[in-house]
Structure formats: C-alpha cells, structure tokens
Design a protein around this ligand. Structure first.
Ligand SMILES: [Fe+2]
Length: 255
C-alpha cells in the first residue's frame, strides 16, 4: 500500500518535471498554422502574424520568417499585429528579414513592446523601415483595400479613455486591428472583424484560459460583442520562451 503511494508520488514528480522541461521546448519546436473560415462575406484571405518578439535567435525565428515568406504569397493581405520585436531584441535584423519576407499588401499596428523599446529603437525608424518595404503602419488610421475599410489602433497603454479617443479617429470599419484585444471592451467598436494578439494565449495551459494579461479576460480564439467578432491569436513568439500546451501560431483567415 505504502509502496503504491510512493510510486504514485514518484510518477507525479516525474510527470511534473517532464512537463516543466517540455515547456522550454514547446516554443522552440512547435508553431501551428491555424486556419479559420469565417462567414463574413468580405472576400479576403488574410495572413495574421502577431507577437513574434524577434530577438535574433537562429533557427526558431527562421521558421516564422519562412512561414511568412511562403504564406504571404497565397493571401490577399498580410497583417502584423504588433510586438514584432521588443526591448530585449539585440537588433532589428530579424524584424527586417520578416518585412523582406512579405509579398504583396501588408499592414501593421504597433504593440506595447515596440513602444517600450522606443528608447532603443525609435518608432519613427521602425515605421520608416516597415513603410520602405511597402508595409503600411496604422496608428489610429484607416486604409481602403479592395473596397474594404481596414483600421488600426495604436497601443494605448491600458488606458480605456485613450482607447476611446484613439478609436474615434478610426471609426466604423470592416476590419479593425488592435494589438490588445481589450479594445473590444474599452471602446464601442463598430467593425465586422477585430484582430488582436498580446495575450500569447496565456502561454501556460492556454485552453483552460487561466492566465491572461487582458483586463477583460480575453485569452485566445473567438469572442463576440454586438456585431463585432474578434479573433485573438496566441502569437508567434514571446519574451520568455516558456509555453505549455499553448503553441505559437500564425493564422490564415478566409473571411
Ligand atoms: Fe507580445
């Protein structure tokens, strides 16, 4: 009896240790191509890539860049959702490679980490770098593409008042891109589709929805508020490479 209990404890400890070790490998080894067909009648194929947190780690970052290179050729529009690099990035070389890998139309919004890294990498230079590769950076602005209005909200520092002010400059659109999903709870969003990242799916046991940096409790997947349907990506990277059953993702959306 006692030996059985000891065996069970040993098993639990070994299992826990195994999961802990695996958590360091998941962000290195796993990246999922997530596909969703959403019945919005917008007639667009979108590649959505967010939170790559490109630090200049060989191999791991190459896989994301290669996916973008291959997939951006197949879609109408590539959307970068922010936190493409962060204040711990040794250089913007990988970000530059990511921009080079994009074919066709692309837009980008800025995340909290581009803002937080601005002392090291001024935002004007980031925007210039993106726009020189044909990637439009939307800071509370709108572009028209194939007759659709696509808006982008800048990072607003978790300040709901600022969110509403920023969103007023965007207004009613077909697709709204915001780094943080909290825009859906912070402003009266009038959009058919909202695309967001920021949460990394919680990074640990994402399907249980236990961990999030969203003030409104968004973690990953689909959410609806009124007419607006929001998709929150788990992101394609993170600052600390530790994930458990919450793989990195790049997303293909048919809308
Ligand atoms: Fe992020």
């Amino acid at each position: 009896m006692r030996r059985g209990r000891r065996g069970a404890i040993k098993g639990l400890v070994a299992g826990g240790l195994g999961l802990w070790l695996y958590s360091f490998y998941e962000p290195v080894l796993r990246i999922e191509l997530v596909r969703h067909r959403i019945d919005l009648d917008l007639g667009l194929e979108i590649l959505f890539v967010t939170d790559t947190h490109l630090h200049g780690v060989p191999g791991r970052e190459d896989s994301v860049i290669k996916l973008v290179e291959d997939l951006s050729r197949e879609v109408d529009l590539t959307i970068l959702g922010g936190d493409m690099y962060d204040e711990f990035s040794e250089s913007l070389e990988s970000f530059s490679s990511l921009l080079d890998a994009i074919s066709g139309e692309a837009i980008m919004v800025l995340g909290n980490h581009e803002h937080w890294a601005a002392d090291r990498y001024p935002l004007e230079e980031t925007i210039e770098m993106a726009e020189s590769r044909g990637v439009t950076v939307l800071r509370n602005g709108v572009v028209e593409y194939k007759g659709l209005h696509i808006g982008g909200v800048d990072w607003y520092g978790d300040n709901p008042q600022l969110a509403r002010r920023y969103y007023r400059d965007v207004g009613s659109v077909d697709i709204l891109v915001s780094h943080t999903p909290d825009i859906l709870g912070d402003a009266e969003v009038d959009a058919r589709l909202v695309l967001a990242g920021h949460t990394h799916g919680g990074q640990i046991l994402g399907p249980l929805g236990l961990i999030t940096n969203s003030r409104h409790g968004y973690v990953s997947g689909f959410y609806r508020r009124g007419e607006a349907l929001m998709y929150v990506s788990r992101g394609a990277g993170e600052i600390i490479p530790f994930r458990l059953l919450t793989p990195r993702e790049v997303t293909l959306l048919s809308v």
